[in-house]
Design a protein around this ligand. Structure first.
Ligand code: SF4
Length: 64
């Protein structure tokens, strides 16, 4: 699993960090970022839910 966040699209709504707090956090400006070491192998079932929760579709989750 690979997770990417399009920070040009992110509006800092924080839904990802609320949904999967073990994978996503927010930086000082409120924009989403991955917790260290979570860009791949983050086999949390909540990751895909977080992707769906993002109101602007900034999160892409791919397999492999
Ligand atoms: S849910 Fe989407 S818009 Fe909100 S902080 Fe996360 S990536 Fe950004």
């Amino acid at each position: 699993m690979h997770i990417s966040i399009d920070r040009d699209v992110c509006i800092g709504a924080g839904q990802c960090a609320l949904t999967a707090p073990d994978v996503f956090t927010q930086d000082d400006d409120g924009f989403s970022e991955l917790l260290p070491g979570r860009a791949d192998g983050a086999e949390s079932p909540l990751v895909r839910e977080a992707g769906r929760a993002c109101p602007v579709g900034a999160i892409t989750v791919t397999d492999g």
